[in-house]
Design a protein around this ligand. Sequence first.
Ligand code: GBH
Length: 462
Amino acid sequence: DARPETTTELRFPAGFRWGTATAAYQIEGAATEDGRTPSIWDTFCRTPGKVRNGDSGDIAADHYHRMREDVALMKQLGVTDYRFSVAWPRVQPTGRGPAVQKGLDFYRRLTDELLGAGIRPVATLYHWDLPQELEDAGGWPQRETAGRFGDYARIMADALGDRVATWTTLNEPWCAAFLGYGSGVHAPGRTSATASLRAAHHFNLAHGLAAQVLHGALPSTSEISLTLNLHAVRPLTGSEADVDAARRIDAVGNRIFLDPVFHGRIPQDLVRDTAAVTDWAFVQDGDLEVISTPIDSLGINYYSPTVVGAGSSAAPSPWAGAEEHVRFLPAPGPRTAMDWPVDADGLYELLTRLRDDLPGVPLVITENGAAYDDYADPSGEVHDPERVEYLRAHLSAVHRAIGAGADVRGYFLWSLLDNFEWAYGYSKRFGIVHVDFATQRRTFKDSARWYGDVIARGGLTG
Ligand code: GBH
């Protein structure tokens, strides 16, 4: 029986995967080394006014040069798994054609180092850094980009298939499509509802093409997955109008990916809601068959819930077709440094909903964590008590969901290191390891020591 015992000691099932997560552009730096070309994020960072303080990932946490040290930190923490992403413009600079060996070599060295440390590598193929040349050719609203992604997946399967067993195609296509092409707060900074819906479909298609390629190229024991930032959406009241607002956000935030991938269909209410924006003619015969290629698990990134009511939202909005019908309300309670509400029940709600909607699909928390300001005491120790409380509450919620029958196989803490937090630059710190960006010195925060204890004990005290 793999079920945990429920005592005051919250034990997780044997074999539960305890990890940390990062993404290439947020930590690697070395933006022009060894043949790497610009991605849409390099370009976005150079566009005045887009990223706080004009920050960029040019140097970031310099992980490209400090990879061994960072793996050693994880070994010290005792993590079983490490989730990283591959920078597409490092391994296939134009997004087309042959691979660059030096770029591939970095990921070969990284995965060798991990395996040597007894840590399972979990590779994500796309965490938002599209080669700029592919954006110049139309980017994700353009169907061709999905085909290019399939080719890139093949390069990576050939290069790392002998040492990486767990693969994620995309990280958070919702953010990439709707923040990138709808509200424009992420790269490439376009603001078109139509483009964002086209991008979302092409992300689904890219995922399906890559899943097919990976199935064909990898050993049959490999695990192929997709990571979504699902919205734990709640209506403000039980009124029909508020409940319908929540339905709209569930459609364009969650089911736009879940339904094609797991059920081979486009949600019909979404097609109705977005009729003024697009006729969906970009969906071609056979697409849904490709998109619904069976995968082995679903990755979930969760930070906070979303409370909505009937009303309208500011433009430009990421909520294609819903912006004139939905307003977003501040959830009550404490906030992180991102001003995101701390609400672990949202994670429980999400996991039990997926237990019911996707029976038989193993779930993995591929990101959870919080930004807080930490402080160093005179001895140099770095304290982050709010983060420890946030993590404790969310891990308790995961434990409770497992007890209620959700098949959760692992938890990846976001993030290992303080890093480049996208449009917020270096102003927000998500790491359990403090990075002094002037010296690149790494220091465990209290939360790192706490997480190491949780891993060593296989659980926490509830
Ligand atoms: C993740 O994005 C990323 O994968 C990771 O790279 C990043 O560093 C980390 O989280 C922290 O930000 O847009 O109105 O729905 C999470 C992005 C944050 C998107 C919360 C949705 C809610 C407000 N998500 N956000 S809304």
